[in-house]
Design a protein around this ligand. Sequence first.
Ligand SMILES: [Zn+2]
Length: 111
Amino acid sequence: MLGRSFSGVRGVVCVFRGTGPADAWLVRDRLEAEGIPVQVRDDLSAGRGELPILDSWPTLWVSAERAAEAEAFLHREATLRLVVPPWTCTACGEVNEGSFEWCWSCQIEPQ
Ligand SMILES: [Zn+2]
């Protein structure tokens, strides 16, 4: 990940590094809902004062057998988050793709 060595850890793989304190816990809930057991390592409590802050958010670890599954799930989730939901034009009621900036039917811009 960021150049830190976890070579002392066997059989588990780091699949996620949070970008904020809440991230890892939210993702853990999603993975556990998928039936994948997750271990959270809170680097904040483990290494405060010794590690650069960017390296100090919690990380998620899963067993090596489930790592591919967990990574595929996280990849799907990340892709889903980029999809903008469709919107309905208030003027003519047409449903537009989320990526459309104007209504395809009457060219009115959503507010
Ligand atoms: Zn319209």
